[in-house]
Design a protein around this ligand. Structure first.
Ligand code: IPM
Ligand code: MG
Length: 360
């Protein structure tokens, strides 16, 4: 198969982790007879340096012309970087929001899975971890507070800032359908998270999710308020299969879910639209403090590439081979610094990529 992939290394550790993911993809190509054609695209701080904006129209068009996008991470040190001395719509993160919206990537899947090899890195007590957990956060990605009308102005002599949270029923329906579809391939349970005791948008969310649920009689649906969900994630994470939620709640809960897996350096993500097109990126950020030191964990990016194989190219067997290679490397005791434990062998970014590629 010929696979056209737009690659956005981005900033900070982005280029290093992307290099390792490409190494693994190329090994998949050799082993299974596929060719990956990469086109590099600038986004984030590096695009600001080159063009003065975090995402150019040309970059967006190039992304669209490919079958999928593989993204490292964008952004710098908010306190120190020149990239943050400009208006909010010109900062690195604005590029990320623009590409999500521009490609209509409304469904963001963030799996949070506890590898038994990493159970010691999980901050939860053993009795809470139990038999571990394996959940997917399905976060709405192109609506809600992130994209609502916002402004800051003086009203009645007081500086006032407004952000609006808007969802229409179609936006809710299409993400709910994605969540139920994924649940059908998993343990058939959807937990829809909202704040229906306060917000109108959440009450509509609940109503539409219930309508969608009628088409999936095999899936069990339960509703949970977001504050309770934040608590349940650290009290009984094993109860979750698919967590369906709006953009801002999903942003917060997915960081929490990732932390209980032991390291955010392990978590992949896929952002999908109605077609096979998707953007795949690690759930973590650009970590400028460790950039260029060959210590970043490339596993989240490698696993994101596996998601790309599965969801954009229907290469299930190849995706499973990448996931199995990661599992094998962990079982054999290889660790990057963030997941290092007693009795294991510490390796850098490049060596971790070599180890994974060699097991495919
Ligand atoms: C994420 C990130 C982004 C978000 C930031 C960088 C804008 O936190 O992907 O979770 O809030 O969506
Ligand atoms: Mg986030």
């Amino acid at each position: 198969m010929e696979c056209k992939v737009a690659v956005i290394p981005g900033d900070g550790i982005g280029p290093e982790i992307i290099r390792e993911a490409k190494k693994v993809l190329d090994k998949v190509g050799q082993t299974y007879g596929h060719t990956f054609h990469y086109t590099e695209v600038l986004m984030g701080g590096c695009s600001i340096d080159a063009y003065g904006v975090p995402l150019t129209d040309e970059a967006l068009e190039t992304a669209k012309a490919n079958d999928a996008v593989l993204l490292g991470a964008v952004g710098g040190d908010v306190g120190n970087s020149r990239w943050y001395q400009v208006a909010p719509n010109l900062r690195p993160e604005a590029g990320l929001l623009a590409i999500r919206k521009g490609l209509n990537l409304f469904a963001n899947m963030r799996p949070a899975y506890l590898y038994k090899e990493l159970a010691d890195a999980c901050p939860l007590k053993k009795e809470i971890i139990g038999n571990g957990f394996d959940m997917v956060i399905m976060r709405e990605l192109t609506g809600g507070l992130y994209f609502g009308e916002r402004y800051t102005k003086e009203i009645d002599g007081l500086m006032t800032a407004v952000d609006t949270l808007t969802y229409n029923e179609n936006e809710i329906r299409r993400i709910a359908v994605k969540a139920f579809d994924i649940a059908m391939k998993r343990r058939k349970k959807v937990t829809s998270v909202d704040k229906a005791n306060v917000l109108d948008s959440s009450r509509l969310w609940r109503k539409v999710v219930e309508e969608v649920a009628k088409d999936y009689p095999e899936v069990t649906l339960n509703h949970m308020l977001v504050d309770n969900c934040a608590m349940q994630l650290v009290m009984n994470p094993g109860q979750f299969d698919v967590v369906l939620t709006e953009n801002m709640f999903g942003d917060i809960l997915s960081d929490e879910a990732s932390m209980i897996t032991g390291s955010i350096g392990m978590l992949s993500s896929a952002s999908l639209n109605e077609t096979k097109f998707g953007m795949y990126e690690p759930s973590h950020g650009s970590a400028p403090d460790i950039a260029g030191k060959d210590i970043a964990n490339p596993i989240a990016t490698v696993l994101s590439a596996a998601m790309m194989l599965r969801y954009s190219f229907d290469l299930d067997q190849e995706a499973a081979a990448v996931e199995a290679a990661v599992q094998k490397v962990l079982t054999e005791g290889w660790r990057t610094a963030d997941i290092m434990a007693e009795g294991c062998t510490k390796v850098g970014t490049t060596e971790m990529g070599d180890l994974i590629a060699a097991r495919i």
